[in-house]
Design a protein around this ligand. Structure first.
Ligand code: UDX
Length: 447
């Protein structure tokens, strides 16, 4: 049993802290945001993540998981300190390190014995060393020792608990074997493989992994765009490619591009790190550009299907950046819906979870509905932006009866084309042949 303080109760801190408690450690999750801590103490979880609330309740009841806004006290009472504060994107694209630096200073001020400081936040290469210097400079007791470790997270929103409990690997970077061994032992109950390396390489692994996954997505989206032009079907192409074990089938799902709290931020940050190091990472910059352009396809396809959107009633199904989350950060809906409103469309939106987080970010003209059926009523077209299970399995017969025109733009390639054709929808997706589109020649699906 280790005594651990996790500083920062955002997504990463809360999930990691809870999972560390679940495997038997005593965790204090702390944050300077008192409102957040007080609601966590009352059992109110600030984010939507399947299974998280249940696990928090279980571990707080067992006395293994505590919440505190007294960060200094939590540091003093713990042997391992996880830094899990946000590193948001600044105006220049680089990671904003303000919160990490504040925490390092605080750790120095409250270092009352040997502790291992672990960086879980995604931080530029060299941050471990920076944290070490800040702690040294602010040490109250200069003879007290500490070590710094990088242990990046690879959690996906929506499946974060199972990703954490069944992680593919734990990356542990440190110059101290003693500290690395302690963090490796901490991970033993997860039964995962440990990849031990130096601090800088561990920091780089996180950026490189996310940039590579983003590259896979932009690559398949570019292939999708070519597929549309030459009459191929990108879903078949990615299946065929993915069977090559050197490529692998994951992250080859074409659509309207990636969003979320990590890929956009980390790709920008890595391009910036590269620039600063004197290397022009053209490949990654193209990945970012391809992703930005991909979301614009939806309105192009809509115009192709219905002509002008002016005065038309458009249903938008799915607002969150992906299913199983209420996270709206860099969600494609944030660019697409304002464009539709700008074009004069009357937008009717549905999302099973994300409506409350979406409302403040979207134009006030947008109307929200509780069911897919209500949303579709009298619509000239329906656009799918997030592949929530209830959207993927929606009743197309009912949809056909409710809509004024049976036009479906599927930004996630999530509706089977066969059933679309059965129900006579005019259907456009990404990198697949349109269905029931007159005069599209090569591009018309032929089963
Ligand atoms: C990601 C990484 O997977 C995780 O390791 C890291 O720590 C945080 O960032 P997350 O942002 O939660 O996790 O979501 P993920 O499931 O990876 O999807 C990211 C985005 O890519 C979503 O917008 C998703 O719709 C999109 N995506 C994913 C595709 O467009 N196609 C794919 O094949 C896969």
């Amino acid at each position: 049993m280790q005594k651990i303080a996790v500083i920062g109760t955002g997504y990463v801190g809360l999930v990691s802290g809870t999972c560390f408690a679940e495997i038997g450690n005593r965790i204090i999750c702390c944050d300077v945001d008192e409102v957040k801590i007080n609601s966590l103490k009352r059992g109110v979880v600030p984010i939507y993540e399947p299974g998280l609330k249940e696990l928090i309740d279980k571990n707080t009841a067992a006395g293994r998981l505590l919440f505190s806004s007294n960060v200094g006290e939590a540091i003093e009472a713990s042997d391992i300190i996880y830094i899990a504060v946000g590193t948001p994107m600044s105006d220049t694209g680089e990671a904003d390190m303000r919160y990490v630096k504040d925490v390092a200073k605080k750790i120095g001020e409250h270092l009352n014995g040997y502790k291992v400081i672990v960086n879980k936040s995604t931080v530029p290469v060299g941050t471990g060393e920076l944290v070490r210097q800040i702690i040294s400079n602010h040490r109250k007791y200069p003879t007290v020792h500490f070590d710094v470790v990088s242990n990046p997270e690879f959690l996906r929103e929506g499946s974060a608990i199972s990703d954490c409990m069944n992680m593919d690997r734990a990356v542990i970077g440190s110059t101290s074997d003693k500290a690395a061994k302690l963090i490796a032992e901490l991970h033993a109950p997860f039964g995962t493989s440990i990849f031990q390396t130096d601090l800088e390489s561990a920091e780089m692994i996180k950026y490189a992994a996310n940039a590579f996954l983003a590259t896979k997505i932009s690559f398949i989206n570019a292939i999708a765009n070519i597929c549309e032009r030459v009459g191929a079907d990108v879903t078949r192409v990615s299946e065929g490619m993915g069977l090559d074990s050197r490529i692998g089938g994951k992250f080859l799902q074409a659509g309207i591009g990636y969003g979320g709290s990590c890929f956009p931020k980390d790709t920008f940050a890595l391009a910036h790190i590269a620039d600063q190091s004197g290397y022009d990472f053209e490949l990654l910059k193209a990945v970012i550009r391809t992703n930005d352009q991909q979301r614009l396809l939806v309105t192009d396809k809509l115009k192709q299907a219905i002509g002008s959107a002016d005065g038309k009633r458009i249903a938008v199904l799915g607002l969150a950046f992906k299913p199983n989350t209420d996270d709206m950060r860099y969600a494609p809906s944030l660019s697409i819906i304002p464009e539709l409103v700008e074009l004069g469309a009357s937008v009717r939106a549905f999302d099973p979870i994300a409506v409350e987080s979406a409302k403040p970010l979207l134009p006030e003209e947008v109307q929200y509905f509780n069911t897919i059926e209500e949303t579709l009523e009298g619509c000239d077209a329906c656009i799918i932006l997030t592949e929530w299970p209830e959207i993927v399995s929606m009743d197309l017969l009912k949809a056909k009866r409710l809509m004024k025109e049976t036009v479906l733009i599927d930004g996630r390639n999530c509706i089977p084309q066969q059933s679309i054709q059965q129900h006579g929808f005019t259907y456009h997706s990404i990198g697949r042949r349109p269905v029931n589109v007159v005069g599209s020649g090569l591009h018309t699906a032929n089963f």
